[in-house]
Design a protein around this ligand. Structure first.
Ligand code: TRP
Length: 320
């Protein structure tokens, strides 16, 4: 099958190891096999907050993370919403293909509304999943590597593609989501890993910052280290993290530590994470921000050319 891969992130800050093992590793692997687009979803930042914030800083951080993990700009088109008017223009016909009721029952949107700090819910909150359909369909994406929370949005995209094809002409492939089979990493305090909770190891963290974070990680007082997700979630999470970094089963790491307790466990995790991040840190040192910005400009040009073609097809199919 000849796939086109599309995925993306909201530029709300730098990325951490949870992102890496959840989706970024997957992208690095896929870039050798399929044409791939990676979207910096800058217009999506204003779905759950009023202002885009430090948008340029966050876009640059995201770009540097992409290049540091080894996304190759020769293979991957990295681009941003705000540079592709023709992508954004697809939103209008696509909105005509979905009902208000369908928009209102999207479980991810409901969850975001429940957790939003905004006083009122904007129209964009309900319609951004349709914009996401434009993200995926502008390049006729067929494979969308995402986490579980994004599945409802891929469903919206499939609906939009099918309805457009039925109503007008067969322009779009119906894409599939691709879920990583990796275990979900929690933060070092056992909560969801998130930059804002201070429990995440950022890809750009120095070896010392990494060591300090792991030193503070929550564990328990039992000396014998075992991999027991139900009863010892914090210890299990650290073993999972080290296992992912080392490409080893967490159970075998637990056996190796034996009665070494939390101290030995944290030593092992710190070394595993720092060794794992070493090549990523090295690559990051080799790119400067100006080069990264140039990569984005070139990606935007390529993506825009693709969007122009697709919008032409859409307009022709609709008789405009
Ligand atoms: N909604 C995604 C997120 O919050 C980001 C995103 C925007 C995306 N457009 C996309 C992901 C298209 C996959 C495909 O992380």
């Amino acid at each position: 099958m000849n796939h086109t891969v599309l995925t993306g992130d909201r530029p709300t800050g730098a990325l951490h190891l949870g992102h890496y093992f959840g989706t970024l590793a997957n992208r690095v692997a896929l870039q050798d096999t399929y044409p791939m687009y990676v979207l910096i979803a800058d217009y999506q930042v204003i779905t759950d907050r009023d202002l885009p914030g430090e948008i340029q800083r966050n876009i640059t951080d995201l770009l540097l993370d992409y290049l540091a993990i080894g996304l190759d700009p020769a293979k991957v088109t990295i681009f941003q919403h705000s540079a592709i008017p023709e992508l954004n223009q697809l939103l209008l016909p696509f909105l005509s293909l979905v009902t208000v009721a369908e928009l209102q029952r999207n479980p991810t949107v409901k969850d975001e509304i429940a957790h939003s700090s905004q006083a009122a819910v904007s129209g964009l909150m309900f319609t951004y999943p349709v914009h996401q359909a434009a993200d995926i369909l502008f390049c006729k994406g067929t494979l969308v590597p995402v986490g579980k929370d994004q599945l409802p949005h891929v469903e919206v995209t499939r609906l939009v593609a099918r309805r457009f094809n039925d109503r007008y002409a067969p322009v779009f492939p119906v894409p599939d989501a691709m879920m990583g089979e990796r275990p979900v990493l929690k933060g070092l305090d056992g909560d969801k890993m998130s930059k804002s909770r201070g429990n995440a190891i950022m890809l750009k963290a120095t070896p010392d910052e990494t060591a300090a974070l792991i030193r503070k990680a929550r564990t328990d007082s039992e000396r014998l280290i075992t991999f027991d997700e139900a009863n010892r979630p914090e210890v299990a999470n650290l073993l999972t993290l080290a296992g992912l970094c080392l490409g080893r089963a967490p159970e075998s790491l637990a056996d190796e530590i034996g009665y070494g307790g939390a101290v030995a466990l944290k030593h092992l995790v710190t070394d595993a994470v720092n060794d794992f991040l070493a090549p990523i840190r090295k690559r990051r040192e080799q790119v400067d921000e100006r080069d990264a910005r140039q990569v984005l400009r070139e990606g935007n040009d390529r993506a825009r050319a693709r969007a122009v073609q697709t919008l032409e097809e859409v307009r022709a199919a609709m008789g405009f």
